[in-house]
Write a protein that binds this ligand. Structure first.
Ligand SMILES: C[S@@+](CC[C@H](N)C(=O)[O-])C[C@H]1O[C@@H](n2cnc3c(N)ncnc32)[C@H](O)[C@@H]1O
Length: 202
C-alpha cells in the first residue's frame, strides 16, 4: 500500500490503531529491561513505540507517514516519554548493524515478496546478537475474516515462512491462532494471527 494511502488514512484526529499497545507485544513485557535500545518498525501513530518508552527503553521508531509521526509525537508528549521518531521508508533504510536489543515488528505486512525479504534481511542485521525480535502479523486466513490487514495473501505469513527466515535463531515462541482483537477501527474483530519471539544467536 502506498505512501498516499497511509498518509490519508492517518489524516484524522482519531488514532486509527488505538493508543494502547498491541496486546501480544504487551504480553512480552517480561522480555524487556529498562535501558535497552529498541527499534519499532513502521510504528504508525506510535502506540507501540511510546509503550516501549514507558517501559524504560530507548526507542527509535520509524514510519514513512508524516501524518502518523505527528500523532506519535503527540502521544509521546502526552505520556511524558521521549522517542526518537524518524520518517523513513523501510525499503530504503540503512538498518544499522547490531544496533538494537529489541526489534518490534507489529503488523508490518505492507509488501509482498521479494521486497519483504529486504525487511527480513534488515531485521536480521540490525538486531544485536542476543537481542530479541517480537513480531505479530496475519496469516492468509485473515483474508476470509477481513477484519484488518492488507487484502493480499502474498503479504501474509505462516509458521514455515518465519522458520525459513529465523530458523537459525532461538525461537522462543511461535504460534498461529485465531483470536478477537480490538486495536482501533482498522484492526477489529476475529483475526487470523501469527506471533513470534526469537532471539538472535550470540
Ligand atoms: C498496519 S500499520 C501498523 C502500524 C503499527 N505498527 C501498529 O501496529 O500500530 C502499517 C504501517 O506501515 C507503515 N508503512 C507502510 N509502508 C511503509 C514503508 N515502506 N516504510 C515505512 N513505513 C511504512 C504505514 O505508514 C503504517 O503506519
Amino acid at each position: 500500500m502506498s505512501f498516499e494511502f497511509w498518509n490519508t488514512r492517518y489524516a484524522t484526529e482519531e488514532y486509527v490503531f488505538g493508543t494502547a499497545p498491541n496486546v501480544f507485544l504487551a504480553s512480552q513485557a517480561h522480555c524487556l529491561k529498562p535501558g535497552q535500545t529498541a527499534l519499532a518498525i513502521a510504528d504508525g501513530e506510535g502506540r507501540n513505540g511510546v509503550w516501549l518508552a514507558q517501559q524504560g527503553l530507548k526507542v527509535h521508531a520509524i514510519d514513512f507517514s508524516p501524518a502518523a509521526l505527528a500523532k506519535a509525537g503527540k502521544l509521546a508528549a502526552e505520556r511524558g516519554v521521549e522517542v526518537e521518531f524518524e520518517q523513513a521508508d523501510v525499503l530504503n533504510w540503512s538498518w544499522p548493524e547490531a544496533a538494537y536489543d529489541i526489534v518490534v515488528a507489529i503488523f508490518i505486512q505492507f509488501v509482498p515478496p521479494p521486497e519483504r525479504e529486504r525487511i527480513i534481511e534488515g531485521i536480521r542485521r540490525t538486531l544485536k546478537p542476543g537481542g530479541t525480535l517480537i513480531l505479530q502479523g496475519y496469516t492468509p486466513k485473515q483474508i476470509e475474516y477481513g477484519t484488518g490487514g492488507p487484502p493480499s495473501v502474498a503479504n501474509m505469513y505462516v509458521e514455515a515462512d518465519l522458520r525459513r527466515w529465523f530458523g537459525d535463531w532461538q525461537i522462543e515462541h511461535l504460534a498461529e491462532h485465531e483470536s478477537h482483537i480490538s486495536e482501533g477501527a482498522h484492526h477489529h474483530g476475529m483475526s487470523a494471527l501469527i506471533d513470534m519471539v526469537a532471539v538472535k544467536p550470540v
